[in-house]
Design a protein around this ligand. Structure first.
Ligand code: AMP
Length: 370
């Protein structure tokens, strides 16, 4: 089978590498001439909404997929008759607009933080009255890694946030004083078979994912998260891998957002599971059954952001495996990640802390998540 992937970033790269092991080839469409995925398949250099390039790609491949959620839906819809597109376009439409996403969560009875649509400065005042402070103001579209967001802690911040983001379609969200963050990752096949990965604990800083650990021990949360992700997958008649990000407060979960694609918090599945989120995504979109992942131990992942320090390349006594995306350094840019797999949660955490210290100069805060 031959899969066309819109986007050629690191997620495309990892999809391409996973495909090689499964006998599935991938090719990519990306505006950059030498994107990370070039090491994993051929690349058409074109804008994501270039009609001729999309049509030619759709003609060459068995199925089209994508590796980021801001793919222009209208452009992809023009080739959907020529070639199946998975995950379905509706998943993209819902995920691209935070308002639609929240309405979808609410319809599916998935708990979420309070929110208020903000189209004017008056709406922002009303949001503060309704939700209280602090709150976070977000652009409804095109935000990622904390971009397009402003934290409003005091009345004075209202004007500053409005000056920064006003003019965009916005949404205000109640600030959740969460205990920690988790993600649920699952893959659904064309026949409706679903496999769910164990819940992953994620540590963010500055809106960017820094560390992930899996599995974590919390059967009630695991159960609830699986229920939520099943509801989403069914409602969207989803095919492929999906990630749902959630805040944990006590025994409760509140949905933050979902990504209709493979996800950074699932990178540990390459070394940590018998079948990765990437392999399962490709199995699903090519019409094969996703496989139940068997864990190889307790996995920890560290993102390499902004720079790839020499320590990340040294053979470390932590046994970590380096994934270098081949990107040039830039502040806030994800350049690679390190994954380790240990035989116990305690050993994983100790090794991950040692890794964090040697590579980033600071140790991670895992909080109350176990
Ligand atoms: P997002 O781009 O919406 O996923 O936000 C990036 C990160 O910012 C999240 O993973 C959280 O760490 C933090 N964050 C976003 N929204 C909220 C919220 N409503 N309450 C608390 N933290 C948040």
């Amino acid at each position: 089978m031959h899969v066309g992937i819109i986007g050629g970033g690191q997620l495309g790269q990892m999809l391409g590498h996973a495909g090689r092991e499964l006998g599935i080839s991938c090719e990519f469409l990306d505006p950059s001439p030498a994107p990370p995925a070039a090491s994993a398949g051929s690349v058409t250099t074109a804008a994501f909404d270039d009609p001729a390039a999309l049509a030619a790609l759709a003609h060459r491949v068995d199925v089209l997929s994508y590796e980021f959620e801001n793919v222009p839906v209208d452009a992809l819809a023009t080739v959907a008759d020529a070639c199946p597109v998975y995950p379905p376009l509706r998943a993209l439409t819902e995920a691209q607009d935070r308002l639609r996403e929240k309405q979808l969560f609410a319809t599916l009875d998935i708990a979420l933080p309070g929110w208020h649509v903000v189209d004017s400065r008056g709406d922002l005042t009303a949001a503060a009255e309704k939700l209280g402070l602090p709150l976070v103001l977000k652009t409804r579209r095109l935000g990622y890694d904390g971009k397009g967001q402003a934290l409003i802690s005091t009345e004075a911040d209202l004007d500053t946030a409005w000056a920064e983001l006003g003019g965009n379609a916005l949404i205000a969200e109640q600030w959740v004083d969460f205990d920690y963050e988790v993600s649920a990752i699952a893959t659904r096949g064309i026949d409706g078979d679903v496999v769910v990965y164990p819940l992953t604990h994620n540590v963010h800083s500055g809106g960017i994912l820094r560390y992930s650990r899996a599995p974590i021990k919390s059967p009630p949360l695991e159960h609830k998260a699986a229920e939520y992700i099943h509801r989403l997958l069914e409602e969207l008649d989803y095919v492929g891998t999906l990630a749902l990000e959630l805040f944990v407060v006590g025994d409760s979960l509140f949905a933050n957002e979902f990504a209709p694609r493979v996800h950074n918090s699932g990178h540990w599945t390459i070394e940590g599971a018998s079948v990765s989120q990437f392999g399962n995504h490709l199995l699903a979109v090519t019409g094969q059954k996703p496989k139940a992942p068997e864990l190889r131990g307790h996995a920890g992942m560290l993102n390499l952001i902004g720079e790839l320090p020499p320590e990340a390349r040294k053979p470390l006594d932590t046994g970590a495996v380096l994934h270098d995306y081949g990107k040039s350094p830039r502040p806030g840019r994800k350049l690679g990640h390190l994954t380790l797999v240990a035989s116990s949660a305690g050993e994983r955490d100790a090794r991950l802390a040692r890794l964090g210290e040697s590579v980033t100069g600071s140790t991670p805060e895992f909080g109350t998540a176990q």
